[in-house]
Write a protein that binds this ligand. Structure first.
Ligand code: COA
Length: 564
């Protein structure tokens, strides 16, 4: 056995980089490249990898220490068989230089220097007072490809400074903010959370203010334009502000559980990975590290407390203890092809399961007689065409739900089982499930109770289109009190939707059809709309659910009552 130094790799010029977390202890056994500690510059967090397999025999640093290139942070007692690699510092360094973590450090360094180069571009391109359009592209990501966007930090219309963070991407090992290379105004955001980015992908379009002077640099600009290079910022910075996986890809299932808007999470890649593996929601965890940073211990303590709660009958069970589904070898039955789940699909799957496991669901069915409503809707078609707005049954249903939520406010709540509190919402925002090529998305219409039918028709069509074009902003998918999922345009007679937690109810709408309805003396042909209300039986009792659907039936049966 021999001892090997664990050294800080080339930090690409960064100095006095702070240790923010120790990931191993003396005596721990590690594999080559296992993370030893996390260091953080003001721009990025990087994990320092073990140079080999073995046992940590000493650690000479503590959280808060400042490190530089080549500093020794501890010693590794190489395990048998690993000794042969231990052929001195120079070899170790050569080997280390090929490690991805160091590449990341290099990347940051190079990104910083590139950042400077690129930052000089906007200035170099200044020609005359006025403005110009720029498309900001993903900078080189040091060989990494398809890195998921976990947060969009800007919106259309935002005014940015040079270096303002645009989006946060997260690889397995590092989170990075891509900074703006320009000062200016955001015209169009071209990416959405969950998108996977590679070098050269477009991030957004900007209008960049130009100043007088610097004509001599025009040629430089033109030649770079001719060579087809659009402006690229350098990758910068580990995000100290990203949201956890649950919130990252706003693509959501009907069970999407949004974090509170503005929730920021401070955690390194290793902690994020651990949280993902354990299914822990980082927005719920209080960090005990420097600057309230979440440490591995915090994640583990959180999971422990959640397990204890669920054993004691608490509400926030993670589904642990439920036997998993064992997959057979499908190829024994015929040819199969495997493909990775999209990020949206995997997030939706987690959220669906979480909701299904946590919420005691009951579904209440009702048929609403919409014969008169439909006649009115048809009578408004010409007016709609003039306005350029198509009026479907959805705006009527939205309006009826808003009225029912106001009359039966026990449906407009969320349960905080940790604090044993009911959160009563004093606003009526309703989510609409939209079927898109990329999966289900749930944009939210705000203050439905205060809007008219035309406005609701226009807004729901606009949001649905934005969802299909993947243009929804995170804020447009947050804050719903209740969700409507309408399959009426497709078909079906009834279904049992899953409650979109932390909401407590969701209305499923199926296809309206002509039915013979007994009026006391004879059967009348009436257009009946099937409604399926799933609700959280902890928050809502069955009688109230029947009242809610009966009320919807009345409101949709005679839409004049919506005015009362
Ligand atoms: N019964 C009969 N017809 C209906 C209907 C209903 N309940 N709801 C809509 N229609 C009709 C509309 O009137 C329209 O017909 P028209 O052009 O003759 O007027 C047609 O069906 C298509 O309507 P659509 O484009 O779907 O508009 P919408 O306003 O009803 O719905 C969305 C908008 C976004 C909700 C809808 O397009 C959608 O994506 N639904 C799927 C939601 C989903 O996947 N849920 C599953 C969650 S698990």
């Amino acid at each position: 056995m021999s001892e090997q130094e664990i050294k800080v790799p080339d930090l690409g010029g960064a100095e006095d980089v702070e240790v923010i977390e120790l990931l191993v202890s003396v005596g721990d056994t590690v594999e080559a490249e296992d993370p030893i500690l996390t260091i953080e510059t003001d721009k990025a967090s990087v994990e320092l990898p073990s140079p080999g397999a073995g046992k940590i025999s000493s650690l000479s640093v503590e959280v808060g220490d400042k490190l530089n290139d080549g500093d020794v942070v501890g010693m590794l007692e190489a395990s048998d068989g690993a000794d042969s690699d231990d052929s001195g510092d120079s070899d170790a360094e050569t080997e280390e230089s090929e490690k991805p973590e160091e590449k990341e450090a290099e990347q940051e360094a190079s990104s910083e220097s590139e950042s400077e180069t690129e930052e000089s571009k906007p200035a170099a391109r200044k020609k005359s007072a006025g403005s110009r359009k720029e498309t900001v592209l993903v900078p080189p990501l040091d060989g990494m490809e398809n890195v998921p966007v976990i947060e969009i930090n800007v919106s259309e219309g935002d005014t940015l400074e040079v270096d303002s963070p645009l989006v946060t991407v997260e690889s397995d090992k590092a989170s990075m903010e891509i900074p703006s290379p320009y000062a200016g105004k955001v015209d169009k955001v071209l990416v959405a959370e969950g998108d996977e980015l590679s070098e050269g992908d477009k991030i957004l379009e900007m209008t960049v203010a130009e100043e007088e002077g610097d004509d001599e640099d025009d040629e430089q600009e033109e030649s770079s334009a001719e060579s087809g290079q659009e402006s690229q910022p350098a990758p910068d910075a580990e995000s100290q502000q990203d949201k956890p996986e649950e919130s990252a890809p706003q693509p959501q299932g009907a069970t999407y559980e949004p974090p509170s808007p503005g929730t920021k999470v401070h955690a390194g890649p290793a902690v994020r990975k651990l949280a993902r593996e354990l299914g822990a929601d980082l927005t719920r965890i209080k960090g005990s590290g420097p600057k309230s940073r979440i440490l591995k211990d915090d994640v583990q303590s959180y999971i422990k407390s959640q397990l204890q709660q669920s054993q004691q009958g608490g509400s926030v069970g993670t589904g642990s203890g439920i036997p998993g589904v064992k997959l057979p070898d499908f190829s024994q039955f015929g040819e199969v092809r495997r493909e990775p789940m999209s990020r949206m699909m995997s997030v939706t799957a987690v959220n669906m399961q979480r909701s299904w496991l946590n919420v005691p669901h009951v579904t209440q069915f009702e048929d609403a007689d919409i014969t008169d409503m439909e006649a009115f809707r048809q009578s408004q078609k010409a007016a709609g065409e003039k306005k350029g707005v198509k009026i479907t049954p959805l705006p009527f249903i939205l309006k009826a739900c808003a009225a029912a939520l106001a009359e039966l406010p026990q449906f407009n709540v969320s349960l905080d089982m940790e604090r044993k509190e009911v959160v009563r919402k004093q606003y009526i925002h309703i989510g609409i499930a939209v079927d898109t090529h990329n999966g289900l998305m749930v944009p939210v219409i705000r203050d439905v109770d205060q809007k008219g039918l035309w406005e609701l028709a226009e807004e729901s069509a606009e949001l649905a289109q934005k969802a299909r074009d993947r243009q929804l902003k995170p804020a447009e998918m947050q804050g719903a009190c209740f969700t409507i999922t309408s399959l009426g345009g497709i078909g079906g007679t009834a279904f049992t939707p899953i409650v979109n937690t932390p909401e407590v109810a969701i209305l499923g709408v199926s296809k309206a059809s002509m039915q013979p309805v007994w009026d006391g003396s004879e059967f009348q042909p009436r257009l009946m709309l099937p409604l399926s209300l799933s609700y959280d039986h902890r928050a809502v009792n069955g009688a109230d659910a029947a009242r809610f659907t009966a009320l919807l039936g009345q409101l949709l049966g005679d839409i004049r009552t919506l005015l009362l």
